[in-house]
Design a protein around this ligand. Sequence first.
Ligand code: ATP
Length: 366
Amino acid sequence: MSFVEIESLVKRFGEEVAVAGIDLNIEKGEFVTLLGPSGCGKTTTLRCIAGLERPDTGEIRIEGEVLASREKDIYLTPEDRNLGMVFQSYAVWPHMTVFDNVSFGLKIRRVGAVETKEKTTKALDLVGLAHLADRFATKLSGGQRQRVALARAIVYGPRVVLFDEPLSNLDAKLREQMRIELVRLQHEVGITSIYVTHDQTEALVMSDRVVVMDKGVIQQIGDPEAIYARPANSFVANFIGAANLLEGKFLGREGELGDIEIPAGESRPPIRLKAPGAEGAAAGQRVILSLRPEDVGLHLEAPAAPGPNLLEGEIIDTVYQGNFLDCQVRVGPHEVGVQMDHFEQLAPGQGVYLTFEPDHGLLLTE
Ligand code: ATP
């Protein structure tokens, strides 16, 4: 039995299917992120766990206790689920001090004064706000308010903390800092966390496991490394870090590597490339080569020993990005993005050669 179990969860709003049958198990102490574009159903999934939405079908359990089940006609209120919640809007009460904001959850649970003081102080210590306990919430910065919200969510020892895009109102620098702090805190307290975001970097940096969603369906579940290096399909490859997706025909396999043929334009023979993946593919089948811009080498002269993967193209455009250069290269009917960490003088229309190690590409079947 897993700590959190979500089974065949479906939630509709009229004709709209927000969550189309989700199965997910989360272990105690895990930090799991639901990641996907706007409208993919991640917030609705979280709200079903929180008890803010009633699932149409399926079941949600924590520690084996059924929180929601249409079939069994069980639906616990949010208060009865003992979960912590941190949302995008800080929802910090301005007319109360930091201490009163954080201790509120204990008060409504009728915890005694001594224990309230002890637990509130501990929660404030954990988020680094003990020195501001008596300050009114209006006198706090955005990051400090978010810390209050966090302390408030953990103070009564909830079984799970649910986060809905908690950092999206903060500026970029503070967001990065808070990511690190949240992970540190999560490790320190060991609290099971379910986190919703549309920001792939945030998901990859913070999570033990990432659940990539699209159109109400889970596309892939895996640790950040697996999601990044071995995306299950072209949606995941594209959503996690802007991959090049080149469509072609599967020719066959030699050991670990598959051969793909991609069209190179009308008067040119197709280009043959090698990469691992597409294990079940049959010869002649349509496959997609996923290739990250940072894994493509760009050469001004034809390389002497190019390896098995060589593409000829011409520069469309280059964009200076500070510590790297983004190039768009036309290869027949395709546009290939290349990210370079060194700077060349490149002009639109200039001929270039692209190479990549077979292991840096990945063949996908969908
Ligand atoms: P976002 O990041 O924009 O919040 P999301 O991935 O969290 O997106 P949801 O908010 O779960 O997506 O929404 C999934 C789908 O369900 C969307 O098409 C949305 O319009 C619809 N939806 C969500 N809540 C409601 C509601 N209360 N009434 C009607 N439709 C809703």
